[in-house]
Design a binder for this molecule. Sequence first.
Ligand code: F6P
Length: 329
Amino acid sequence: MSTKKVTKIGVLTSGGDAPGMNAAIRAVVRTGLYNDLEVYGIMRGYAGMIENDIIRMESRSVANIIQRGGTILKTARSKEFMEPEGRAIAYENLKQFGIDGLVVIGGDGSFRGAQKFSNEFDIPCIGIPGTIDRDMAGTDYTIGFDTAVNTAVEAIDKIRDTMDAHDRLFIVEVMGRDAGYIALHSGIATGAENILIPETKTDIEDLIRSLCEKEKRKKLVNLVVVAEGGEYGDANKLAEIIKERIPTADTRVCILGHIQRGGSPTCQDRLIASHMGYYAVESLLLGRRNIMVGVLNNKIQYTPFNDTIKEKHQRIGQEWMRIVKILAS
Ligand code: F6P
């Protein structure tokens, strides 16, 4: 807790963009203004802090953005901010504006930067989890996940139509650098026969066996959803293996890619983002620092930055894989 009262706050988005970030920015700006704070938007994350690309935000600056994907503040991954020299320049720029509190919307890498900055320069920072990957500890939701997974489901449903018409085997690659949540959720929701994720070891022989067995049963439509970050995350490579081992299967690949990051946020993402934005500003007003606002068991929870890192997030349990197998049998 800090006893210094914040008067001017900055808000930034950092790392990969996620649908719903605009709703969070809007909530931060409007809650800040309601509490008589001056609010500044920092462009392109920490890069804009170093380059002094900082703008005053008014209520109308965030009008008509709640429904838009991307981020009006733009985003970046800044190498300079990882160095003490970069952070010192950023601090000098904030000082010029009198900014004495920060809201950082991003993933655990962004929070690591915020923590260092806060410890070095005594600026309280509050994090809002914004990543489509949902790979953070201390929260059941991250902004953008719900939209991304719904985008993936819509796309896979369409693939299923053409897959079924041709009796094909499809490998669909979804995003998720270190986490399989998008693959797991979209795969279960679309009735995938197999889901390959970074959290669990893939037994390729078992996969081939199950596909061959389905071929024998004349179950010719097979959907395999893979997370890009998994052992077989390169869907094209996996397709090569399958083509070699099951030459009779008519195999195709579809990599969904960045369409999962764009588009209008779902109602859930807008709500969570609005909620978190409000509590982030309230946290600064109450003197909290270096914590992330999250939602656990439908309640707002505050988790120290140190405990939000990916490595600590709940891993997807093996029982999910059992369920996938049973439901696809
Ligand atoms: O972290 C979000 C994410 O979309 C990952 O799922 C993906 O691996 C990565 O970002 C892609 O990053 P970039 O847009 O920089 O290629």
